[in-house]
Design a protein around this ligand. Structure first.
Ligand SMILES: Cc1ncc(COP(=O)(O)O)c(C=O)c1O
Length: 456
């Protein structure tokens, strides 16, 4: 008897035979990989070799061995660490998530490893549809790409073409937008553009200062006056990631965005790091700013990247393309991540991402009670959290990161003056994982206090 026809764009995992085979493959790989580990010497040798090939060592002695679970990563020598950084934001459901791995192996067993813009497949279609379900009514189009920087390059070209001959971009001080030549100039960090030729077209305004909230608008007005007709766009990172997890109230962004719109300056939001971590897929929606945004980029947790834009910012043919839109696995898993966020209660004011933020705050607060001098101000939202350790010096942050690593917890840094400890938590972090993470963090902070002779 002929099988009833299935919709070609439905999930192949819905077919019981495919699901079973995928489960069996994931289980077999996990069992086999779980049996393999490098000796301590072999681990060191592998890291030395990687360092030699890269021309510098890795920042932490980290080589993943696969077969992690949830917030726990298993290293190639068999050690297990709690990973509260998620590859700087990419492992949204932590390590070894069965459903995402099964989605990945099915996508990998299909026709092609990568998909491009000439002949997209079902996974490309699925991801664009999933993204555009969340952008709000103004943003109606999108192009996929493979990295946050590529999405931002596309955004940059889109706003420059639309608003030509305006050729300047305003962004926030301490912002980070990627590592291409143009983005290294827009990024406000001298070390990231050292030795590079600059175009002189990047302008900066201070980020939100609660003691002087009008500073930003005053600086923007000064640029608008001085460079009349030359500013094409303002780039907004709604929670500054690399720059130090700075947040601002929606009224602040609204006033700055409204000023941009009134001046004919495009509102471009970079959500590469905030994507899926603030309670909605896009932080501009968490903050209620969807009526003001023209162009938005996302990446990291998406397992690929995209630039999404209004009809008015649809570029002329030929401006953006590129061979690859993404790997078939990345497109399928990114789409599945969005579906899981939608169907498993992660989104919304009272969703699991928002709740994770509240749970994290509670743990940090209780640690602060025990160590008031070690835990400075907290910042961030939902699944992106940071705090200032001790005096906020780079030594305090770096030594704590290394001590936590030795004790079994991965955290990372953000910003300088003050330097913070940054955590990009898996959205499904359990209470047990949070409790273990904070126990390790406390140990690490006590070690650092002892080493420097600081009080906790
Ligand atoms: C806000 C922001 N924009 C852009 C990027 C660049 O993304 P990618 O490293 O994928 O090129 C990053 C990466 O950290 C980021 O945090």
């Amino acid at each position: 008897m002929a099988r009833p026809k299935q919709p070609p764009l439905g999930s192949l995992l819905d077919a019981p035979a495919v699901r079973e085979a995928a489960q069996a493959l994931v289980a077999a790989v996990r069992a086999e990989a779980g049996e393999r580990e490098l000796s301590a010497k072999g681990y060191e040798r592998a890291l030395r070799e990687i360092g030699r090939m890269r021309g510098r060592p890795l920042p932490l002695a980290l080589l993943s061995g696969g077969t992690g679970r949830g917030a726990r990563v298993r290293l190639a020598d068999g050690r297990t660490l709690l990973d509260f950084v998620s590859g700087i934001g990419t492992y949204l459901f932590g390590h070894g998530d069965d459903d995402l791995l099964e989605t990945a192996v099915v996508a990998a067993a299909g026709d092609a490893v990568y998909q491009g813009h000439l002949m997209p497949g079902a996974e490309y279609h699925g991801m664009l549809k999933a993204l555009l379900r969340h952008t709000g009514p103004r943003i109606q189009h999108g192009w996929l790409s493979v990295s946050g920087a590529m999405a931002n390059e596309n955004a940059l070209k889109i706003v420059l073409q639309k608003n030509a001959p305006a050729d300047m971009i305003v962004s926030f001080e301490r912002g980070f937008s990627g590592r291409t030549l143009a983005l290294a100039e827009i990024t406000d960090k001298a070390a990231f553009r050292e030795g590079l030729p600059l175009s002189g077209r990047a302008l900066y305004v201070p980020f939100y200062d609660p003691d002087n909230p009008h500073r930003t608008l005053a600086a923007l007005d000064a640029h608008l006056e001085r460079y009349k007709g030359r500013i094409a766009a303002m780039l907004f990172e709604l929670i500054q990631g690399e720059g130090g997890f700075h947040t601002a109230p929606p009224e602040f962004f609204r006033s700055v965005m409204e000023r941009c719109r009134a001046a004919g300056v495009a509102v471009w939001v970079d959500e590469v790091q905030t994507f899926a971590r603030t309670g909605e897929l896009f932080a501009y929606r968490t903050l209620g700013l969807e009526d003001l945004v023209d162009v938005v980029t996302c990446g990291k947790a998406l397992q690929g990247s995209a630039v999404l834009f209004t009809r008015g910012y649809n570029p002329k043919p030929g401006l953006i393309a590129g061979t690859y839109a993404g790997s078939t696995v990345g497109l399928a898993v990114g789409t599945r991540i969005i579906e899981r966020l939608e169907s498993e209660g992660y989104l919304g004011h009272e969703g699991r991402v928002a709740l994770l933020g509240t749970r994290f705050e509670r743990w940090l607060e209780s640690l602060r009670k025990r160590m008031p001098h070690a835990i400075g101000p907290r910042s961030g939202t939902g699944a992106m959290q940071a705090f200032v350790p001790f005096d906020g010096s780079p030594e305090a942050a770096q030594t704590t990161i290394h001590a936590a690593f030795e004790e079994g917890l991965l955290v990372w840094s953000a910003g300088s003056r003050p330097a913070k400890l940054r955590m990009l938590l898996p959205v499904n972090t359990t209470d047990e994982e949070l409790e273990s993470g904070f126990t390790i963090l406390e140990k690490a902070l006590r070690r650092v206090a002892e080493e420097f002779g600081w009080t906790c």
